[in-house]
Ligand binder design. Structure first.
Ligand SMILES: Nc1ncnc2c1ncn2[C@@H]1O[C@H](COP(=O)(O)OP(=O)(O)OP(=O)(O)O)[C@@H](O)[C@H]1O
Length: 254
């Protein structure tokens, strides 16, 4: 296992291909995806349902075997790791956030955040800092059932960051939230990329999420066909029309 270092790009996706075989048919979910992220970059992946967004995010997290290509996180080619090494590497270097929060209902917010971290000196301070940063310090003793959706997602983000990963991957992080709570989560992701140099990749359908990104990557039929920068205007309509325009173009002209 090569030792990851800060000199490496946090994320490199090269020629990734993924097929799902069902009885007599084969679905090509990803057909040759190349993508890289810079330190502190906030990338959003958009695309129609079935275009391969979640499969790509799972590939980045080493959660799915690839038919071709490779994913390199912070200098480590995931395909070179065995299952145990991959699980350990994921725990240390890849933060995961899902639409459904996936918190343990029997644990307090604080204990959910603490869960993936090895007991070490400084952990209490780290957890306290995350509770503070994510504006949930006053909710630290509450169990998930007593928290709002937005608070639960902030706990999930804190939990994903407690091991100080090289990259944070979020699958539809606002999908279960109302507009205001979703915007708060987007603002937090944006600020984390700026303040901590945290590299973040999020999948979404929503232009009002994509407008917070540094770069929007557009997926179609298993390929990343185009990308654009939403700029600083935070105008969801502008992002939506840019995105729709790219989807309408014939593939060979994009
Ligand atoms: N486990 C699986 N078994 C078989 N086919 C799958 C599996 N996972 C995904 N697929 C197929 O791969 C393609 C890409 O799916 P994926 O979930 O990555 O798309 P998506 O863009 O994330 O869609 P959505 O926005 O609806 O979540 C789809 O045709 C899907 O049906």
């Amino acid at each position: 296992m090569s030792s990851p270092s800060a000199r490496h790009a946090p994320l490199l996706v090269e020629g990734v291909r993924k097929e799902f075989r069902r009885q007599r048919t084969t679905v090509t979910a990803l057909s040759g995806v190349d993508l890289s992220a810079s330190p502190g970059e906030f990338i959003v992946i958009m695309g129609a349902s079935g275009s391969g967004k979640s499969t790509l995010l799972h590939a980045m997290a080493g959660l799915t075997d690839l038919d071709a290509g490779r994913v390199v996180i912070n200098g480590q080619d995931l395909s070179l790791l065995n299952d145990a090494q991959l699980t350990k590497f994921r725990g240390q270097q890849i933060g995961l956030v899902f639409q459904a929060f996936n918190l343990l209902p029997s644990l307090s917010a604080e204990d959910n955040i603490r869960l993936p971290a090895p007991p070490e000196s400084g952990l209490n301070e780290k957890v306290a800092g995350l509770l503070q940063r994510l504006n949930i310090a006053e909710r630290r003793s509450h169990k998930p059932g007593a928290l709002s959706g937005g608070e639960q997602q902030r706990v999930a983000i804190a939990r994903a960051l407690v091991c100080d990963p090289a990259i944070l991957l979020a699958d539809e992080p606002t999908g279960s939230l109302d507009y205001d709570a979703g915007q708060q989560i987007c603002q937090i992701l944006h600020e984390l990329s700026r303040e901590q140099g945290r590299t973040i990749v999020a999948v979404t359908h929503e232009p009002n999420v994509a407008m917070w990104a540094d770069r929007v990557v557009v997926m179609r039929d298993g390929r990343n066909i185009a990308e654009f920068s939403p700029g600083g205007s935070r105008d969801p309509q502008e992002v939506a029309s840019h995105y729709q325009g790219l989807l309408r173009q014939p593939l060979e002209t994009v």
